[in-house]
Design a protein around this ligand. Structure first.
Ligand code: IPE
Ligand code: IPE
Ligand code: MG
Length: 246
């Protein structure tokens, strides 16, 4: 890394940082197709991009990162591709734990996890237990079999089943799978698609969006810093007025 890049990195670390960054890791298939490779090769390289992103987020002191890894709609893909993705999750779960512990990254898996095999669920449970710590440098949430609408419907049913008759915004948020997490300040989507694809529909009400045409396997610390820099330059109004006098 060049000197000026390092200075700029330190400046970002000392600036106003998003407390929670969410990422739609998109474009693995496109990345592979452009290189004449099978889609699976793109997914495999996507795992490397996540590793790079975690390192950068931890360095910048971003406390919470949520990544969209598999949606409720992704089951529509050819069975071979779904199987390959599940195999990759399993492999990563077995391989990455020591590195996560070393870097003080605590991982949690959120979404409709009951749909996965008992073996995969057990691996997720043990990864959560092994990486759990009092003061993690970074809390990583991996969303699997997640869909924003599915989450909202589950939350309504949970509330009804617990006998609740009315909710407020605050009490309702406790039934979501992101209960206890702050709403994302910044949402990153790769691959040039400008849509939300059923991701964190409730939580992104006031999130700042940042899009890049780069595909997820090409994502790295430099692009992550670009997104954070863009966030630092924005003025969030949250529905309020600007400072000028009325
Ligand atoms: C994202 O990349 C990975 C998952 C959705 C699991 P894609 O597989 O959606 O890649 P594109 O969007 O087809 O390029
Ligand atoms: C969103 O990407 C889901 C994940 C990145 C896991 P998709 O590739 O599934 O979304 P669409 O189909 O382009 O909207
Ligand atoms: Mg896609």
């Amino acid at each position: 890394m060049r000197l000026w890049e390092n200075i700029e990195r330190r400046k970002l670390r000392n600036g106003r940082k998003p407390a929670h960054v969410a990422i739609i890791m998109d474009g693995n298939g496109t990345w592979a197709r452009r290189r004449g490779l099978p889609r699976g090769a793109g997914h495999a390289r996507g795992a490397d991009a996540l590793r790079r992103t975690l390192t950068e987020a931890a360095y910048l002191g971003i406390p919470c990162l949520t990544v969209f890894a598999f949606s409720t709609e992704n089951w529509k893909r050819p069975p071979d591709e779904v199987e390959h993705l599940l195999g990759l999750f399993k492999e990563s779960l077995q391989k990455e734990i020591p590195e996560l512990c070393k870097n003080k990254i605590a991982v949690r898996f959120l979404g409709g996890l009951e749909k996965f095999s008992p073996e995969l669920r057990e691996l997720m449970r043990s990864a959560e237990a092994e990486t759990k710590q009092e003061r993690p440098a970074l809390a990583l949430n991996v969303l699997l079999n997640y869909g924003g609408r599915d989450e909202l419907v589950r939350a309504v049913n949970k509330a009804l089943n617990s006998g609740v008759r009315t909710v407020t915004e605050e009490t309702f948020a406790k039934y979501l799978c992101t209960a206890g997490l702050p709403d994302p300040d910044l949402l990153i989507r790769t691959s040039g698609q400008l849509r939300i694809s059923n991701f964190l529909l409730w939580q992104c009400a006031y999130t700042e969006f940042w899009f890049t045409p780069k595909c997820w396997p090409d994502f790295d610390g430099r692009l992550f810093r670009q997104a954070v820099r863009s966030y630092q330059k924005r003025r969030r109004r949250l529905g309020g007025a600007q400072d000028e006098k009325f």
